[in-house]
Design a protein around this ligand. Structure first.
Ligand SMILES: *Cc1c(COP(=O)(O)O)cnc(C)c1O
Ligand SMILES: [Zn+2]
Length: 413
């Protein structure tokens, strides 16, 4: 028997064997019936120690292999994924009236986003399942990370992105050798096309939420944050939210650590959405503790990675954040753009808009006086170089100068 004890439907609670279904609960369907991977926690509690991670010698998310849905190490790619740096900024924390401030820079992953944590797993699952082709729809990062992790494997990658995807992300795809379709429509439309094509042609689908193994990779950011803080995680953790899978993973990671007795206190996880792309925040506010009600919208925001009007992991996200005791905040595009600059100039970390959105969420609650005296961490989920065009909207221009001191002096104060 493998490590996985079952795949649990987030809506009806049905349990499936990991060889029984590839994607979602057959009775609830793809939107409501996303599945959660569970392990034998009683066994893990008896056999696994905190020290085992360090002792593995892995300076990557593979240090958490006993908590990941991988049956053999054969297909693990050599690319170093995860174990990204966690920086502390005590002076900035004091200015913001926090007791501590940490920034986890996931822009330092192999393809420069948090999505690598999930793609690295899916590429293994695809090979375990004997698939020849992997596909996904993506605002850009999920696709570029899938293409990057599949590049050195026998898998072929077929990608669907909205035609508005940032140039750097599309270039990454082509560099890695993916077949790229720019879909004439939004991410939400591209998602449905990828699902139809995967079904019709037997491709393995990595699109967000539908594939239960993605969240397993996405939980590793929480595992790392806790371990990097010597198992004393902060009071609050901020994360940008689009489809809702990253935040579901972060909540699951902390919950599993508590189940295993590795942490005493679970941080409050705070999801940050762009105010013009916030259907999960709305569903969370309407949640009655039983059924998740949600309404799809026409989303638009400068933060392309979280521009999602039809969030695919809304049920899991709402239930996990509710169980965590967390909440959602929304921020304007203007606040997101200025957070890119504020974060870069006060920490040296350059995040893409969706990454900086998490920092904008923190600043919003700081300004509302809601975080005084608390310790906080911000997950910067994507590198700023992926979307320079957005940063350009809020920065000045360089000065063109003739190569002489006299010419230079004309510009100096
Ligand atoms: C995908 C992504 C997110 C949000 O993840 P979801 O699972 O869609 O909620 C946040 N930031 C970046 C940079 C991303 O690529
Ligand atoms: Zn179900």
């Amino acid at each position: 028997m493998g490590k996985i004890t079952g795949l649990h439907c987030v809506t009806c609670g049905s349990v499936y064997g990991s060889n029984q279904v590839d994607y979602t609960c057959p009775s609830c369907g793809p939107r409501l019936g996303t599945l959660e991977v569970r392990y034998d926690y009683d066994h893990l509690r008896k056999t696994l120690t905190r020290e085992a991670f360090q002792d593995s010698g892995q300076l990557s998310m593979w240090r958490y292999l006993p908590l990941l849905p991988i049956e053999s190490e054969e297909f693990i790619q050599p690319l170093r994924v995860g174990w990204t740096p966690l920086y502390s900024f005590p002076k900035l924390a004091r200015e913001l009236k926090l007791s501590a401030l940490f920034v986890k820079d996931d822009g330092q992953n192999p393809t420069a986003s948090y999505k690598d944590r999930a793609s690295s797993i899916v590429v293994i699952k695809a090979q375990e399942k004997g698939k020849a082709v992997v596909t996904c729809a993506s605002t850009g990062n999920a696709a570029s990370s899938l293409a990057g992790f599949a590049a050195a494997t026998p898998l072929k990658t077929i990608i669907f992105v909205p035609k508005t995807a940032p140039e750097a992300k599309v270039a990454q795809l082509l560099v890695y050798g993916a077949r790229v379709f720019l879909v004439n429509g939004s991410y939400d439309v591209a998602y449905d096309l990828a699902a139809e094509a995967a079904e019709a042609y037997g491709w393995y689908n990595r699109s967000a939420a539908v594939n239960p193994y993605l969240v397993e990779g996405k939980k590793t950011g929480a595992l790392e944050l806790a371990e990097q803080m010597k198992w004393q995680p902060p009071d609050v953790v901020f994360v940008g939210v689009g489809d809702g899978s990253v935040i579901s993973g972060v909540c699951k990671g902390f919950a599993e650590l508590q189940t295993l007795g590795f942490i005493d206190k679970v941080p409050q996880v705070i999801g940050v959405q762009a105010e013009t792309s916030a259907p999960i925040a709305a569903a969370f506010d309407a949640f009655d503790g039983q059924d998740v009600w949600f309404e799809d919208i026409e989303a638009h925001t400068v933060a392309d990675s979280i521009c999602v009007g039809k969030p695919r992991d809304v049920v899991k996200a709402v239930k996990s954040v509710s169980a965590n005791g967390g909440r959602f905040v929304t921020v304007s595009d203007k606040a997101i753009l200025s957070a890119i600059i504020d974060l870069a100039r006060s920490t040296g970390v350059f995040g893409e808009p969706a990454g900086a959105a998490a920092y904008a969420g923190l600043l919003k609650l700081v300004n509302a006086g809601e975080l005084a005296g608390k310790s906080a961490a911000v997950l910067i989920t994507g590198n700023g170089l992926k979307d320079v065009a957005s940063a350009r909207k809020v920065i000045g221009k360089p000065i063109t100068v003739e190569p002489s001191l006299r010419a230079l002096e004309a510009h100096l104060p």
